[in-house]
Design a protein around this ligand. Structure first.
Ligand SMILES: NC(=O)c1ccc[n+]([C@@H]2O[C@H](COP(=O)([O-])OP(=O)(O)OC[C@H]3O[C@@H](n4cnc5c(N)ncnc54)[C@H](O)[C@@H]3O)[C@@H](O)[C@H]2O)c1
Length: 419
C-alpha cells in the first residue's frame, strides 16, 4: 500500500470546500494543488489546506495547468454537472485517476468518452455517490444479500429535495443549478438513489438497464417562489422554466426488474430519497420508515391489508459491518457520515492502486439516465434504449475487488467478528 497519495482538487464551491476538508482527514492524503475558475474560491481552497495541514497548496484558475503537473496521482472534481465528464476525461488522459462529484450526463457521447479514456489509460473514474455508503442503504444491501426480501422485483427512489432558493438564486450565488432548470427537462439528478439501486440489482455485473421512459409535469414551483421572495418585476417571475416540477422515470432491466425514479426539487416538501425495495418476500419503504416481510414482521392476522412495522430494529439487526465498525470508531463528517466513507473508499483505491467500488461503467450508466430521460420526455415519454457501456462484458465480467468498501457484496471477511 502507498503511504501517501497526492490529489489535486478542481472545483471549490460549497461542496468542493466541504469535501476538501474531509479529504484532508483521510489518512495518507496530500493536496498540493487546488483550482477553481473563480480566484477567491481557489484561494479559499488553498487556505483550507494550509489550515488543516500547515502546508501550502498551489492555486490554479485553469484546470489544464493543474493537470499538467507530474506529481499528482489523482484529481477530485466537485465542479458543475456539465463539466464533470470533460474534466474527468482530461484528467485520465493526463495520467491521473479521477473522482467526480455527482450529477447527470449532458450527452451519451461524454459517457463513452469517460469509458474509453479509462480503458485506454488504465486510470479509474469513480463517481463520488455518497448515498451508496449511507447507513440505511448499506443495511438494506446487507438484507438483500442475505435474501431477506426474496428475489428483488421492483425498486424506487428519487431526489426529492426542496431546492427552490438554491436554484433561483443561482446567479446571485454563482451556483450551477439554475441554468439547468431553465434549459433542460429531465431527471437531472439521478444517482443519489440509482447508485444504491444499481448495486442491489447487480447492474453491469450480470444485469443491465435496457430501456427507460420518462415524463415531466408542468413547471410552476420556481415562478411561485421568485414571486414570493424576490418581489414584483424580478426577471424570473414569468420565466418559462423547462424543467418540470416532478419528473418520473421508469427503467427496465435485462433480468426483468423495474425501477422508478422521481426528481422533485422545485416544490415545497420535506427531504426524502423515497427508497423502496420490493421482493418476493416483502418490502422496505423509506417514507414511513416502514418494512413488511411476510411471516416475519408483526402482522395483524385479522387485517386483510396487513401491517407495517418500523424499520429501526431491522436496521440494527442487519447493520452493515462497515457501519458497525464506523460507529465504534466514531461517525463524523457531512451527510451523516457517508461523505467520509465515500472519500475513504476513493483514497483506499488510490493507495492500493486497485479498482474503485464505483467504476467508470457504473459512473457512465448512472449519469446517462439524465440525457436519456431528456430524450424520452422530448418525444412524449416514448421508451429509449439504454447503451451498454461495458460492450457486453456485463454478462461475464472479471470478479470485482472484495474489500472493506466493496459495494458489490458484503465482505465480512475484512471485519472483526466482534464488531
Ligand atoms: N453528493 C452530495 O451529497 C452533494 C452535495 C452537494 C453538491 N454535490 C455536487 O457537487 C458538485 C458541486 O456542487 P456545488 O454546490 O459546490 O456547486 P457550485 O456551482 O457552487 O460549485 C462548483 C464550482 O466548480 C467551479 N468550476 C466549474 N467549472 C470549472 C472549471 N472548468 N474549472 C475550474 N472550476 C470550475 C465553479 O467555479 C464553482 O466554484 C455538483 O455536482 C453537486 O451536484 C453533491
Amino acid at each position: 500500500m502507498k503511504e501517501t497519495v497526492r490529489i489535486g482538487v478542481i472545483g471549490l464551491g460549497g461542496r468542493g470546500r466541504g469535501m476538501l476538508g474531509e479529504l484532508l482527514g483521510c489518512e495518507g492524503v496530500i493536496v498540493p494543488a487546488v483550482c477553481d475558475k473563480y480566484e477567491d474560491r481557489a484561494r479559499e481552497g488553498a487556505a483550507i489546506v494550509l489550515e488543516k495541514t500547515g502546508q501550502p497548496a498551489d492555486v490554479y484558475l485553469d484546470y489544464h495547468a493543474l493537470l499538467a503537473r507530474e506529481d499528482l496521482d489523482a484529481v477530485m472534481c466537485p465542479t458543475t454537472w456539465i463539466t464533470h465528464a470533460r474534466i474527468a476525461v482530461d484528467a485520465m488522459r493526463a495520467g491521473k485517476h479521477v473522482a467526480i462529484e455527482i450529477g447527470g450526463a449532458a450527452s451519451i457521447e461524454e459517457c463513452w468518452q469517460m469509458v474509453r479514456a479509462s480503458e485506454e489509460t488504465g486510470k479509474f473514474c469513480m463517481l463520488l455517490e455518497n448515498c451508496c455508503y449511507d447507513r440505511n442503504e448499506m443495511a438494506i444491501f446487507n438484507m438483500v444479500k442475505q435474501g431477506v426480501f426474496g428475489e428483488i422485483i421492483h425498486m424506487q427512489g428519487g431526489y426529492q429535495h426542496d431546492l427552490r432558493d438554491e436554484i433561483c438564486l443561482g446567479r446571485e450565488n454563482r451556483h450551477g443549478r439554475l441554468y439547468n432548470f431553465q434549459h433542460r427537462n429531465g431527471e437531472l439528478y439521478p444517482t443519489h438513489q440509482l447508485g444504491p439501486i444499481s448495486k442491489v440489482l447487480g447492474i453491469n455485473r450480470g444485469n443491465r438497464y435496457i430501456a427507460l421512459s420518462a415524463m415531466a409535469s408542468k413547471s410552476r414551483g420556481l415562478n411561485e417562489w421568485t414571486r414570493k421572495h424576490m418581489g414584483e418585476g424580478y426577471d424570473l417571475n414569468d420565466y418559462p422554466f423547462n424543467e418540470g416540477d416532478v419528473v418520473t422515470t421508469m427503467l427496465r432491466c435485462a433480468n426483468g426488474e423495474t425501477v422508478v425514479l422521481t426528481h422533485d426539487c422545485s416544490l415545497p416538501r420535506p427531504y426524502s430519497r423515497g427508497y423502496r425495495v420490493q421482493g418476493t418476500k416483502g418490502l422496505y419503504m423509506e417514507d414511513g420508515n416502514a418494512i413488511f416481510l411476510e411471516g416475519v414482521t408483526k402482522d395483524d392476522p385479522g387485517n386483510w391489508m396487513h401491517a407495517w412495522e418500523k424499520f429501526d430494529a431491522y436496521r440494527d439487526e442487519y447493520e452493515h459491518p462497515l457501519w458497525k465498525q464506523y460507529r465504534i470508531d466514531g461517525v463524523h463528517g457531512g451527510h451523516g457520515g457517508m461523505d467520509f466513507l465515500v472519500l475513504s473508499a476513493f483514497v483506499e483505491s488510490l493507495r492500493l492502486e486497485a479498482a474503485p467500488p464505483i467504476d467508470v461503467y457504473d459512473t457512465a450508466a448512472w449519469m446517462a439516465v439524465t440525457v436519456l430521460s431528456e430524450q424520452s420526455i422530448a418525444i412524449g415519454g416514448a421508451p429509449v434504449p439504454f447503451p451498454d457501456f461495458t460492450n457486453g462484458m456485463w454478462i461475464d465480467r472479471a470478479p470485482f475487488r472484495r474489500g472493506v468498501f466493496c459495494l458489490d457484496d458484503v465482505c465480512t471477511e475484512f471485519f472483526d467478528k466482534e464488531s
